[in-house]
Each structure stands twice: as C-alpha cells, then as structure tokens.
Design a protein around this ligand. Structure first.
Ligand SMILES: [Zn+2]
Length: 245
C-alpha cells in the first residue's frame, strides 16, 4: 500500500510543480490556429512581404543601409530627444496621444527612429556599463533594433520624469496605453512572459506600429509578434482564410 502511495505522491507533486510552467507557455502558431477559428476572405499577400510586420530581433537584423524616410510627429517629446517615425506610425502616434489627452493623460515620446550607427553606439555604451551578458538582454545590437524601422517608439510620462521604466506599466498613462494602443495600430512588443521568444526583457514603454488590423489581432491573441507572424505564415502556406480580414 505504502509502496504504491509514494510514486503516486511523486507524480502529483511533479504535476503540481509543472502546472504554473504549463499555464505560462506562450502559444505556438498551431495553438493559435486551434484557438481562433478562421474566417473569409483568405490572406491576399504573403505576410513575409508586409512591411508593417517586418520582423526585427536579435536573429533577424537590418542592414546598415536600411534608412526609412521619417518625420517628427506633432506630439510632446522629451527635451533634447528625437522621436521621428515613418509617416503612418507618426500619424498614428498623434492620434494615440490625442486619445490619451481626451482621458486627461499626457504621454511623452522619448525615442523613435534610431539609425544603425546610433544603435551601435548605444549598445557599446550599454556593454561598457553593464557587461555583455546584461547588455544583450536589455539593448539591441546594431541592426537588431526595431527602432531602425521607424516603427517603434518609447513612451514615458511626467511622474516618471520622462525616464523609460518598467514602472510605466503601473502608471495610469501606461495602463491606458496597454489597454488602447492596439486601436491606434500599436502593440506592446516586449512582455516579460515572452522573453524566451522575443529575446528581450519586458518593456512596457516600447510600442511597435503594425497597423490597427494586425495590432487588434495580436492584442486579442496576446502573443509576441514572432508567433503572430509564424501563424500568418502557416495560414498563407496552407491557403487558409485569415481571421478578422
Ligand atoms: Zn524602444
């Protein structure tokens, strides 16, 4: 009796310990296919050619020659900072700031487009200060930053003294951004629970413009851009319809 009890206890203990890990697992593209039933019409073009969802991370880098045409959005920008973005992203950012303003919230843009060269400098400074291992989890090497796309923007607020801080997620401005940015075409690109997929620590201040259609789908699925793109690729390869299009 006792002999049978011990393996059973070990089994349930393992199950109990494994449960939180299972619950936190980021869904795969195939999980998404099962979770979100597809609708007509099918995807019109190969998602690999959609510039709005161009994937940039430590494994998918941009050449130093990639220099988009960028514009200064008409929003509040931190003193001595630049927050230039490509045209659709700049226009969407203005609307996002107006939306926040209508709720009595003032957002501040801290950073937008960054060239390959300036990212190289930032990374070198980060390595100097924190060492290679920590720097690589917190800042991107040259070519590996979405900021080079002109589609990424970092936000803060007055109570954070315009600093980029994980405390932004707890501020009313950060909460509003997280809840509403998809309506304006932005996603929160790095969540702490996605670190294994994105390669970066959570950054509640970093928004990526992907356009409202993709942003609303990504927000509903609550997955990193990497997984969403995989999912679209599966749909495209299989000729399946895409939800919400
Ligand atoms: Zn950023």
């Amino acid at each position: 009796m006792r002999k049978a009890l011990i393996p059973a206890l070990v089994f349930f203990l393992c199950l109990f310990l494994a449960l939180p890990a299972l619950a936190k697992k980021v869904p795969t593209a195939l999980d998404l296919l099962a979770m979100f039933p597809v609708r007509e019409p099918p995807l019109a073009a190969d998602p690999a050619n959609d510039p709005l969802i161009r994937l940039v991370n430590r494994w998918n880098t941009l050449p130093s020659s990639f220099k988009p045409r960028v514009y200064r959005p008409g929003v509040k920008i931190r003193k001595n900072a630049e927050a230039d973005l490509t045209l659709p992203a700049a226009a969407a950012l203005e609307k996002l700031f107006e939306g926040a303003k209508a709720q009595g919230l003032t957002l501040i843009a801290v950073s937008g487009y960054r060239s390959w060269q300036s990212q190289k400098y930032i990374y070198a400074r980060s390595v100097e200060r924190k060492g290679e291992a920590q720097a690589s989890m917190m800042s991107a090497q040259a070519g590996a930053s979405e900021h080079q796309l002109g589609l990424a923007v970092d936000l803060s607020c007055a109570s954070l003294e315009c600093e980029l801080s994980s405390a932004f997620a707890k501020k009313k401005e950060g909460k509003w951004v997280a809840a509403h940015c998809a309506e304006y075409g932005f996603i929160i690109r790095y969540k702490q629970e996605w670190v294994d997929v994105t390669g970066y620590q959570g950054e509640p201040w970093h928004l990526r413009y992907v356009g409202p259609e993709h942003a609303l789908a990504i927000a509903a699925m609550d997955v990193p851009l990497e997984i969403y793109i995989d999912y679209l690729k599966v749909l495209w390869q299989q000729g399946l319809p895409v939800p919400g299009q």
